[in-house]
Design a protein. Structure first.
Length: 389
């Protein structure tokens, strides 16, 4: 067996996409966990592999559309989900970045062997990996980590060997779209996101952010870009009289200025999101991505309200179906939903499942690394993982 055989390697490559925060968040948490298992891990932004400024334009168009005209992203999600368009995007994205993707996966400067596994946390990166796998230019198992509860068609590439899902709802969706080797293993949320151990810890968390100590707080999260109509959501939460809205605006300075003009508690980019969440009583989210998983892991009752079009609405429906996060579809239902959240059990069984999944995704990746995978072995490995998970 040659020295560059992937079965001798302790090297894992992760491909993410810096569109929003969820793909990067999952990638870097997986990197952290795998490094703790003595793997050598390299993480790359797939958008950097696209030619010219195409990657930057893709990133900027996503952020701008959700800030200025959110409905356009819903149209994009619907159009790209159609079979002919999805097929063209699969082929184009894989071809455009094929060379740099292969270079990142191949030998490193110090002649380390090819990787034992390659992991994608971004749909277009999965397409590139699938094409490399089908063509025989990638020998290691290709693994897609599905970061959202809903599964857009672009996530699924026929060449990818394994798909790791957050919940059986996402797994069922992935299988229905033709995904291979589907395994439920839960989200990749940092250990810092845990429930407050005491009321004193909660008070300290509020003090750290200058929040009031004597009233219920509803933290509104809307992704890294402050997506959607969070200003209207904050007003409607305040109008219920049940909680004071604390709005995390991310990098969206204009939304923060508008909220401050309304007299709301508005925060910009928060480095210590785990502590902020522990200081609040309920989370209101609109995108269904990483922020909702972090809130659940922190033990916060969470509701979806005014979901952003496209992936936000799809995630809202899937989270509601899974029993993790109820979807409030109309303003008239908001008071009852907040009341139920504020007076219910602080950590539901669904939230506990999100915070402590039966199988760590890093454990699954480590199990799959160094495997020679064909369709028969894929089925055997997936069956064994299900039994042990």
């Amino acid at each position: 067996m040659s020295s560059d055989d992937p079965r001798h390697s302790r090297r894992i490559v992760i491909l993410t996409g810096s569109v929003g925060g969820g793909h990067d968040g999952a990638a870097y948490e997986l990197e952290h966990r795998l490094r703790a298992m003595d793997f050598t891990v390299e993480t790359y932004d797939y958008l950097d592999f696209l030619p010219g400024r195409f990657g930057a334009l893709l990133r900027d168009s996503y952020t701008t559309s959700l800030r200025v005209a959110p409905f356009t992203w819903g149209l994009v999600a619907n159009v790209t989900g159609r079979r002919p368009v999805a097929g063209m995007l699969r082929a184009a994205s894989a071809a455009l970045a094929r060379k740099d993707t292969r270079r990142s996966i191949g030998r490193t400067a110090d002649l380390v062997a090819e990787p034992a596994a390659v992991v994608s946390t971004y749909p277009l990166a999965s397409q590139a990996l699938g094409r490399l796998r089908r063509s025989g230019r990638l020998n290691a198992p290709a693994i897609t980590f599905l970061t959202d509860m809903s599964v857009h068609p672009l996530w699924i590439s026929s060449g990818v060997d394994f798909h790791l899902a957050l919940h059986e709802v996402a797994a069922e969706d992935a299988r229905g779209r033709g995904a291979k080797g589907v395994q439920v293993c839960g989200p990749a949320v940092p250990a810092a996101f845990h429930p407050a151990a005491s009321e004193e810890e909660k008070r300290k968390a509020r003090a750290q952010f200058g929040l009031p100590q004597d009233e219920p707080l509803a933290v509104l999260v809307s992704g890294a870009g402050g997506m959607g109509d969070v200003r209207k959501s904050a007003r409607e939460v305040a109008d219920t009289g049940l909680a004071r809205a604390v709005v995390v605006c991310g990098r969206n300075a204009s939304v923060r200025e508008d909220l401050e003009a309304d007299g709301a508690i508005a925060l910009g980019w928060v480095d210590d999101m785990a502590t902020l969440l522990r200081g609040c009583d309920v989370a209101v989210q609109n995108a269904g991505g990483l922020s909702s998983l972090e809130a659940l892991a922190t033990g916060l009752p969470t509701v979806t309200y005014r979901s952003v079009p496209g992936h936000g609405a799809a995630n809202a429906a899937a989270l509601d179906k899974a029993g993790w996060v109820p979807w409030v579809r109309h303003v008239r239902d908001l008071p009852a939903a907040l009341q139920a959240a504020l007076t219910g059990v602080p950590t539901t069984s669904a939230a506990r499942a999100a915070a402590h999944p039966p199988t760590d995704p890093a454990d699954v990746i480590a199990e799959l690394a160094n495997q020679t995978v064909d369709h028969r072995r894929r089925r055997r490995i997936t069956r064994r993982l299900r039994l042990t998970g």
